[in-house]
Design a protein around this ligand. Structure first.
Ligand code: AMP
Length: 281
């Protein structure tokens, strides 16, 4: 496993691999790695001859400067964790390596970005598209691995690749959870003990919503989820939407064709947590 800080060094190693005909799997991350990230690395290792993991806290995707400042940075323990996974190269650049000058590109993802995360975190997906398109240009992977915890991000990345005609396959990976159901997230480390104790209820409420879908329509399910979160004093709901997996637009009936996904964002104190669940109807 080798650690590179510059584009040049990483590309030298990758050029040699590509000349040998090796396939390249890529896992972009912001570090503070946990089993969620590592499951992506594991999958990339099974499907590729070389695996690149990037660790880069991308400033352009943070619409809140406190969130950027407090974002956990744990490079040493990340390297330690990755050493027992099939990771060949770690790319951990400085901000100036990725943005030698400000990135002024504006992406237009239409209605995919006007809902949910896009609505509540203006500019977030533009920043994600900026960094991921740059990283794809640097690494030129055959496949790139994204977690379904960030469900809307996965849709945005697919849209970006078709918009820019990038020859990379985007591989969706299942959500990895703590034993108590809480979706793993680097931000979980920032939860107070009391917030950590109630946070698993987010997933329990999503699971209840799925089982109650036998009895109630989508609008009623939404109201019930809103009510249940409101009854937990340490949690504040930002949104809960039941959307079509492709358009990300709200559905109003279970008769709607296509996969339906319930997506939620909740504040536990100052920590914002997201999760989602598929309605198997
Ligand atoms: P991040 O470091 O938060 O930008 O995440 C890097 C990648 O790991 C993204 O594709 C995330 O969707 C994915 N990821 C984060 N948490 C999880 C999780 N609990 N399960 C699966 N994938 C995850």
């Amino acid at each position: 496993m080798e650690l590179f800080k510059t584009i040049k060094e990483l590309q030298q190693a990758l050029t040699a691999d590509k000349n040998k005909g090796f396939s390249i799997g890529f896992v972009p991350t912001m570090g503070a790695l946990h089993r969620g990230h590592l499951s992506l690395v594991e999958r990339a290792g099974l499907e590729n001859e070389r695996v690149v993991v990037s660790i880069f806290v991308n400033p352009t995707q943070f619409n809140n400067s406190n969130d950027l400042k407090s974002y956990p940075r744990t490079l040493d323990s990340d390297l330690e964790l990755l050493s027992s996974y099939p990771c060949d190269y770690i790319f951990s650049p400085e901000v100036t390596e990725i943005y030698p000058e400000p990135d002024t590109r504006k992406f237009d993802f239409g209605t995919l970005e006007t809902v949910m995360e896009g609505h509540f975190r203006p500019g977030h997906f533009n920043g994600v598209a900026q960094v991921v398109s740059k990283l794809f240009e640097i690494v030129k992977p055959d496949k790139a691995y994204f977690g379904l915890k960030d469900f809307q991000q996965y849709s945005i990345i697919k849209a970006m690749c078709s918009m820019l005609q990038l020859p990379v396959r985007i591989i969706p990976c299942d959500i990895i959870r703590e034993k108590d159901g809480l979706a793993m997230s680097s931000r979980n480390a920032l939860l107070t003990e009391n917030h950590r104790a109630v946070a698993p209820q987010i997933f329990s409420i999503l699971q209840e919503a799925v089982s109650e879908a036998e009895l109630f329509g989508p609008e009623e399910i939404k109201k019930r989820v809103i009510g249940k979160i409101a009854s937990i004093p340490l949690l504040q709901l930002e949104y809960f939407d039941i959307v079509d997996e492709l358009t990300l637009q709200n559905i109003t009936s279970w008769e709607h064709q296509g996969v339906k996904v319930g997506c939620i964002a909740v504040f536990a104190g100052s920590v914002r947590l997201i999760d989602n669940i598929v309605f198997a109807k």
